[in-house]
Design a protein around this ligand. Sequence first.
Ligand code: SF4
Length: 379
Amino acid sequence: MNQKKIGLYIHIPFCKKKCYYCDFPSYSGMDDYWEAYIDALASELIQKADEFQNPHVETVFIGGGTPSLIPAMCISKILDTVYSHYTVSTDCECTIECNPGTLTGDKLKAYKDHGVNRLSIGLQACQDEILKKLGRIHTCEDFLFSLELARKHEFDNINADIIFSIPYQTFAHWQETISLIISLDLAHVSCYSLLIEDNTVYGKMKKEGIIKEADDELDRKMYHYAVDSLNAAGLYQYEISNFAKPHLRCRHNMNYWRRGEYLGVGAGAHSHYNKRRFANISDISMYIKGVNSRSLILSEDSYLSRENELEESIFLGLRLNEGIDLNKLSKEFGIDLERKNKKKLEHLTLQGFVEQEGSIVKLTKKGMDLANAIIVELI
Ligand code: SF4
């Protein structure tokens, strides 16, 4: 029997302190749970390897939260469990998310010894006053120190996360952050516009009128500046928010966008397998109890209809610079998409939002600004 090829996502939901804008499933002050959580993660990994018949792992992504916060031996234990219960590709891309202020030489050595070959480090902005206002635990100097340490330990495939449209952030601040990022010669940059979510400290501050979102014009000016500058520096845009040197795109995330299969383990982790999308509960204590009693509760579980699958293919595929292939999708779904969308595509092309070359349809630079609205029109 052919083994399925998957990505494996492992969620570490702990952070030293909650950032003011963060609505991810991550918690601070739960150090007492670390040990039990890692044991539960290892058990869930084993349970999933059995349940899904030892799939072939092409990528591993240890995300959070702040995976670099917990002791190195916890990460070693998780990866040892992966290697002993799954077939792992010899060229597996294995990423761990790190935050400055939590990385040490010993941790990096343990990651390297356990096959980690890609780091994703959160910088967000290079001005300490902005980092402080975001509730981050580190300074720009801490980021530079972590990067140097990582390179000393022979990590060269490194991503940095940066954010624009932060309250208090000016265009000059953003230019400074982009210049610093370019000067560091990184392999990959993820660059997101800050959305203020209701259930965050920023959400409360926005409600009280203390902060407000950046206006659309500044948001787009910052985005275009990043796209143009990063592309010119050889960090090519391959997804709306992601840029990489040639051949160094994040394979794990490419698998998401191309609707590949993946299994997620840990509190709140999502999976896509056998046309089914499901997610674990995010409450840490309930997650641990559920795994230990072999009755892990799912917070979501649904099978995708053909219509859902097609919508996802368009929605996710158009986020990528490679776009979608109408011929390929038509064959897969048994619908003549070119004919079905002819008028809409002509209209969007005339307005400069999409471009079509043969059967490939892509968003233009102008289209990327209104990506969601355009995608909705096409699905
Ligand atoms: S470090 Fe990341 S996951 Fe943790 S609180 Fe900050 S933004 Fe959220």
